[in-house]
Design a protein around this ligand. Structure first.
Ligand SMILES: Cc1cc2nc3c(=O)[nH]c(=O)nc-3n(C[C@H](O)[C@H](O)[C@H](O)COP(=O)(O)OP(=O)(O)OC[C@H]3O[C@@H](n4cnc5c(N)ncnc54)[C@H](O)[C@@H]3O)c2cc1C
Length: 321
């Protein structure tokens, strides 16, 4: 058993970005896995995704032709089992998504594979896989190992790893998915209500507010400020928990990761480990806080010890109407 098998995911005819993030994870530990990185795409017309999946470091892209047009857990379970039998990987990486949760645990249980869900790190320690995930309500990071398991299935969290930009030239092969009788029938997609307009992971410029705003009535002026400077409005958890902003704007461990952010302005945010988990990687962090000892200043490129209302006003004045 060696190498890594990545199962790419698509929805509504589009490759999900997490597929490319998982490829980056796989390529990152490829040397430790001492085997190839194989990416499989299961679709009715898998060829159309082959080029996007041909990323530097990938050795093979398998286009698995399936009779099933939309996601079906039974079809995926049977197909991934066939891919594992064909490739014997030591690690199978799946996006941590509603799709994978519908078949990965069943697949692992039925075929005796190791399983870790919602992991945000994988590494090989002297050839043995270790997956890191949250534990005890995300209060602790837990390292999971898999004694006696030569193949381990890991569902991996989105927005943790940056995709690889460079194209590669993997071998592209074809395979037919095993015929699987469908127990369900896909009717239609229904978009989740609320928060659909916010794209924290995709935003390049985020202005986030924390408990320093004091009260709900003050939120509006920061919403306007964010709009004026061209930023997406984000927040810390207390603001979302209080219902002052929707949960879709929360940045952090139990919220969104500012995955593509280039400039993050944190206003009235102390810098808890949970908040920083979603933004500490951003290259340009500007923190505004009245407390010079606030933890956020440890990771900020530019720190302003000051009142967010005064600094907000100063900033607004740089953008005359
Ligand atoms: C399992 C778990 C998951 C969590 N997930 C998340 C998460 O995803 N995201 C998240 O954010 N938190 C999360 N938390 C909560 C986290 O632990 C903190 O409680 C939270 O991040 C604190 O938010 P804050 O910085 O806005 O508030 P505080 O820690 O209260 O900080 C407010 C800051 O504002 C400053 N301030 C006050 N008034 C002003 C002013 N007028 N001008 C300037 N500065 C001012 C203060 O000096 C202070 O530093 C999680 C907690 C747990 C246990």
């Amino acid at each position: 058993m060696s190498g890594i098998l990545v199962i790419a995911e698509h929805r509504m005819d589009e490759l999900r970005p997490v597929s490319l993030e998982l490829i980056a994870v796989a390529v990152g530990v490829k040397a430790q896995a001492s085997g190839p990185v194989t990416v499989a795409i299961i679709a009715n017309d898998p060829q159309k995704y082959a080029q996007a999946l041909s990323v530097q470091g990938v050795d093979e892209v398998i286009c698995v032709k399936s009779a099933v047009v939309e996601f079906d857990p039974d079809a995926y379970e049977a197909t991934v089992a066939a891919l594992i039998a064909a490739k014997n990987p030591s690690l199978v990486l799946l996006p941590h998504s509603v799709n994978s949760l519908a078949y990965a645990p069943a697949l692992a249980a039925k075929t005796g594979l190791g399983l870790a869900t919602d992991a945000f790190k994988v590494e090989f320690d002297a050839g043995a896989l270790v997956a890191t995930r949250g534990g005890y309500g995300q209060k602790l990071n837990v390292e999971v190992d898999f004694p006696g398991k030569s193949t381990v299935v890991v569902t991996f969290r989105a927005n943790v790893c940056k995709p690889i930009d460079a194209a590669g030239s993997p071998t592209v092969t074809q395979m037919d998915a095993p015929a699987t009788p469908a127990r369900g029938q896909h009717k239609k997609y229904i978009e989740a209500a609320g928060g659909g307009d916010v794209d924290i992971p995709g935003s390049e410029f985020i202005l986030s507010i924390g408990r320093g705003v004091g009260e709900e009535d003050n939120v509006e002026q920061f919403r306007e400020l964010a709009q004026t400077v061209g930023a997406e409005l984000g927040c810390s958890r207390p603001i979302a928990d209080a219902g002052w902003l929707p949960k879709s704007r929360q940045v952090g461990q139990s919220g969104k990761t500012a995955a593509n952010c280039k400039l993050y302005i944190a206003m009235g945010i102390s810098g808890s480990v949970q908040h920083m988990a979603g933004m500490k990687h951003v290259e340009n962090i500007v923190a505004v806080n009245t407390d010079p000892k606030a933890s956020i200043f440890h990771i900020a490129r530019y720190g302003i010890v000051g009142d967010i209302f005064e600094i907000g006003e100063e900033l607004r004045n740089q953008f005359p109407a």
